[in-house]
Design a protein around this ligand. Structure first.
Ligand SMILES: *[C@@H]1O[C@H](CO)[C@@H](O)[C@H](O)[C@H]1NC(C)=O
Ligand SMILES: *[C@@H]1O[C@H](CO)[C@@H](O)[C@H](O)[C@H]1NC(C)=O
Ligand SMILES: *[C@@H]1O[C@H](CO)[C@@H](O)[C@H](O)[C@H]1NC(C)=O
Ligand SMILES: *[C@@H]1O[C@H](CO)[C@@H](O)[C@H](O)[C@H]1NC(C)=O
Ligand SMILES: *[C@@H]1O[C@H](CO)[C@@H](O)[C@H](O)[C@H]1NC(C)=O
Length: 348
């Protein structure tokens, strides 16, 4: 029996079931000089950025058809399956690039919730959320703005370009700069999907009042230093990742403790055997997979993990997966175990 399991594991490795994108090394990293459509465009002949409608001081321009797409590179909403696979590679290439550069970054919000359940992006999520230290953002801003990184993907040997773009307003830490709350983006140049990167700052107002540990991002999320640091090492989408120290506290505060136990969510059910979120309805009929048009589906599109405009989740009572898992908070010097019988996290 044991041998059989070992064989299974070996086969899984050999067939590359967790094949990851591979960075194509280059002598010099390619770099775009300008952020304008004409300078960066890949295949589109028309710019789908919602630029004209944007206030003049806004740096990043989302597309006219979806708030989580870059209109310089994408002209349509991706289908459920395409969005999933493309977000996965986006995440993998981002983490791998930041690891190479040595930038300190970690997952937050909806991505952290996805990690909590099965170490994957939740299939209904339309974006990925990461944070970064000020020092690392400074480094990216100084040396990596507009750099283009080429990756070979397991199913796309011709590869794919990803661009790192830094908002010049990132140095303005004020939350009053409402138009520029996103500090940087990691963008898939083949379809316009992107990852929002926000910088974690010290809250100097709180510090002046003698309050310790107050941290904030320009998007007005606030955190306690001890909830984020020391970061924990884990894996997300088969790629090494860092997660905030007190992840259960952070998730419970943002989404409510029910989000950590409720196995029916956003028209999906969590299958404990497969460790996967399974759609309850055929997703292609849910989100109009033909592409284009506005994101009009309440089930699939979410903002920061919350449904936009109400949820069509069936009214199932919350199932408590493992109550002990969410009781008790991770406290310093107390190693905690992942609730779903995955490998325990190292004590920090
Ligand atoms: C990404 O989306 C495209 C369609 O735009 C699709 O052909 C492809 O299979 C998807 N997945 C990946 C990893 O590129
Ligand atoms: C990054 O480059 C773009 C395009 O040149 C520029 O508009 C932007 O101000 C730069 N960002 C930073 C942080 O310098
Ligand atoms: C930051 O942005 C806000 C809003 O645009 C502006 O009022 C403020 O002067 C800026 N601060 C700095 C230091 O540039
Ligand atoms: C910073 O701290 C002050 C004082 O505690 C607080 O009023 C403010 O909301 C904080 N700002 C953010 C963005 O968290
Ligand atoms: C952060 O946590 C520490 C330790 O629990 C506490 O002393 C401090 O007051 C907290 N700071 C804020 C801003 O909540």
């Amino acid at each position: 029996m044991r041998l059989f399991n070992i064989l299974l594991a070996a086969t899984a490795l050999a067939t590359g079931s967790d094949a990851r994108p591979m960075k194509v090394p280059t002598q010099d990293i390619a770099r775009k000089r300008d952020a304008d459509f004409e300078s960066v465009r890949t295949r589109l002949t028309k710019d789908y950025s919602g630029k004209r409608g944007d206030p003049k001081d806004k740096y990043f321009h989302e597309s006219t058809f979806h708030p989580h797409m870059d209109g310089r590179f994408g002209d349509r909403v991706l289908s459920y399956d395409d969005r999933r696979s493309n977000l996965t590679t986006l995440m993998q290439t981002y983490l791998s690039t930041m690891n190479d550069i040595g930038a300190e970054t970690w997952i937050m919000h909806g991505s952290l919730l996805g990690w909590f359940w099965n170490r994957k992006i939740m299939p209904w999520d339309s974006d990925v959320d990461v944070q970064m230290t000020e020092k690392s953002m400074e480094h990216l801003s100084d040396f990596y703005n507009m750099t283009v990184h080429h990756y070979k993907l397991p199913d796309f040997p011709e590869g794919r370009d990803y661009m790192l773009e830094i908002n010049p307003h990132w140095r303005n830490f004020s939350t009053t700069d409402r138009l520029n709350v996103i500090d940087a983006r990691w963008i898939d140049m083949s379809n316009g999907l992107f990852i929002d990167i926000t910088t974690l700052h010290r809250n100097t107002t709180a510090e002046a009042l003698g309050i310790e540990g107050a941290m904030m991002c320009k998007d007005r999320h606030h955190f306690n230093f001890t909830d984020i640091f020391p970061l924990r090492e884990s894996v997300f989408e088969n790629t090494p990742v860092k997660v905030p120290y007190a992840y259960t506290d952070l998730l419970a505060e943002e989404y409510g403790s029910k989000a950590l136990v409720k196995t029916t969510f956003e028209n999906h059910h969590f299958d404990q055997q497969k460790m996967e979120w399974i759609p309850l309805t055929n997703p292609t009929t849910l989100n109009g997979a033909t592409g284009g048009g506005r994101p009009n589906n309440k089930v699939i599109y979410t903002h920061k993990g919350r449904p936009v405009g109400g949820s069509a989740t069936p009214n199932t009572p919350a199932v408590n997966v493992d109550a002990s898992a969410v009781q008790g908070q991770p406290r310093p010097n107390q190693p905690i175990t992942h609730p779903h019988n995955l490998a325990p996290l190292p004590p920090s």
